[in-house]
Design a protein around this ligand. Sequence first.
Ligand SMILES: Nc1ncnc2c1ncn2[C@@H]1O[C@H](COP(=O)(O)OP(=O)(O)OP(=O)(O)O)[C@@H](O)[C@H]1O
Ligand SMILES: [Mg+2]
Length: 340
Amino acid sequence: MSRMIQLENLHKGYQVDGHIVPALQGIDLSIEKGEIFGVIGHSGAGKSTLIRCINLLERPTSGRVVVDGTDLMNLDDRQLQEQRRQIGMIFQHFNLLSSATVAENVAFPLKLAKRPKAEIEQKVTELLTLVGLEAHRNKYPAQLSGGQKQRVGIARALASDPKVLLCDEATSALDPQTTNSILALLRDINRKLGLTIVLITHEMHVIRAVCDRVAVIDGGKIVEMGNVVDVFLKPQHPTTQEFVEQVADSVELKEIVSHEKADKDRTMIRITFLGSQTYQPVLFQTMLETGTPFNILQGTISRMKDTPYGQLIVELEADQEQVNKTIGSLRQRGLEVEVI
Ligand SMILES: Nc1ncnc2c1ncn2[C@@H]1O[C@H](COP(=O)(O)OP(=O)(O)OP(=O)(O)O)[C@@H](O)[C@H]1O
Ligand SMILES: [Mg+2]
């Protein structure tokens, strides 16, 4: 893979009442061509500022922004305008023209670029088909659902054949089911067009559903970054752990732990299965082999983008030596085991 976006030591401060309030404090990030990269953080962490720096809607106070080999900070207005056409963007509140139809909204960037009429017509039809809105082309935004509005936003963002799509909380105003359909559309576009997608969100399930890699931003700094699978299964930073808990059955788990902890001859472990392991009877085989009695307290199977994974909370009824042997054997089979 080669690099699509490179942010180097990015700083951004906002002038508020004569003071500079720092919003980004030394962001280093590189995003590969064709990947879906997520940035997650709490409100005020600097997510929007960060994503708006990628097309210089927000000009960083210092640092470098390189998109597909072009250093955007060095461009004059006309060149920057040209580069921005390569970078589509969608927004939480869609930002559609309310007095224009669906088709006119999608045509807008093409009209601005003074494309010939026939070409615009063809492109708009193509895009509306891609996002599943052909039947709604003459409606106005007010006549559409939230999900449909976002589909218009996506079609419009794709009109100038961008290399990059920036998504600023693109699903935050949508219900869960609609969110899933928009995320599926983004994945579809990523695959079909090879488009690089950067999305920011405060919801871990969005990251889990579509992203290849994720960065966690806190107080204007990236506190953790990596493959979604790794960050998800082994979150290091407290902020990451909080986000991961959003999608775990952690409340139930805490309850189980406090219930069971009193008993000294029992050890609780969490076993994580990844990929094809998820569907194999590894646990059962190990327990047979070591002769350790066990109880399954909780189990989940889920999916990160294309990777299935499962977690089991298991209670071992055995002495320490036997427990160690069992854990060793599970780890030897390539499973992630953690004593709770
Ligand atoms: N135009 C502005 N002027 C002054 N301060 C700003 C401006 N825009 C953002 N900030 C401040 O910069 C920090 C980061 O804001 P930003 O909008 O990037 O956060 P965010 O992570 O997108 O939050 P949210 O999840 O609420 O959208 C915040 O402290 C915010 O108050
Ligand atoms: Mg924001």
